[in-house]
Ligand binder design. Structure first.
Ligand SMILES: [Zn+2]
Length: 223
């Protein structure tokens, strides 16, 4: 079987998390969110984890070389031999180049970069409509209304809007995302890795489209 070495890209609220869950189920690929694997390396006390620990404790940014080293350790494990889903890295062109080198050293290369996109106004509508109670039960004022407005169905607690979901905050997060990600999208597009998916479609339609795209890529590989 050929490998599926995948990077996931997309703004918050475009449905990346849902698709990551489904892809893991379809292909049994390990899912590596950068923050998680950094914390895991620290918890396991690997050499690189020990290096990262004081930096993370101080709240500083972990340098690229260290992150890439930790990712490389993960990609070289048994569980990632048939492929992986990488989320949250790379975020810059320099990181993308470092990832390419790291894979090269392992005799591997990327299969595709999956970009799940949605227009900003759609994302603002999705995220700013979210409401949740203190127990973390999540609703949406349009798509998933509670039985009684402003009250959690499960525990009767008041539903509030997180600061992160306020329209102004969402717009700022999106502006940062576009500024940082646009060069990365171009970089992968130029190299023929980029596959775009319309996050405005239903999760099932997006999922079907991704599966069809990956199936085609595998067929092309065999020719
Ligand atoms: Zn609740």
């Amino acid at each position: 079987m050929s490998e599926l070495n995948l990077v996931l890209l997309g703004p918050p609220g475009a449905g990346k998390g849902t698709q990551a869950d489904r892809l893991q189920g379809d292909f049994r690929l390990p899912y590596y969110a950068t923050g998680d694997i950094l914390r895991q390396a620290v918890a396991e006390g690997t050499d690189l984890g020990k290096e990262a620990e004081p930096i993370m404790k101080a709240g500083d940014l972990v340098p690229d070389e260290l992150i890439i080293g930790i990712i490389q350790e993960r990609l070289n494990t048994e569980e990632a031999q048939d492929g992986f889903l990488l989320d949250g890295f790379p975020r810059t062109v320099a990181q993308a180049e470092a990832l390419e080198e790291a894979l090269d050293e392992l005799g591997r290369s990327l299969t595709a970069v999956l970009l799940i996109e949605a227009p900003d106004d759609e994302i603002v509508r999705r995220l700013s409509g979210r409401r949740q109670c203190k127990n973390g039960h999540i609703y949406h004022v349009e798509f998933n209304k509670p039985k009684h407005e402003g009250v959690c169905d499960i525990d009767g607690l008041k539903l509030i809007q997180r600061d992160d979901d306020k329209p102004e905050t969402v717009k700022k997060r999106l502006a940062t995302y576009h500024e940082k990600t646009a060069p990365l999208v171009d970089y992968y597009d130029d190299r023929g890795f980029l596959k775009r998916f319309d996050g405005c479609r239903s999760p099932t339609e997006v999922h079907d489209h991704i599966r069809a795209t990956l199936a085609t890529l595998r067929l092309e590989e065999q020719i």
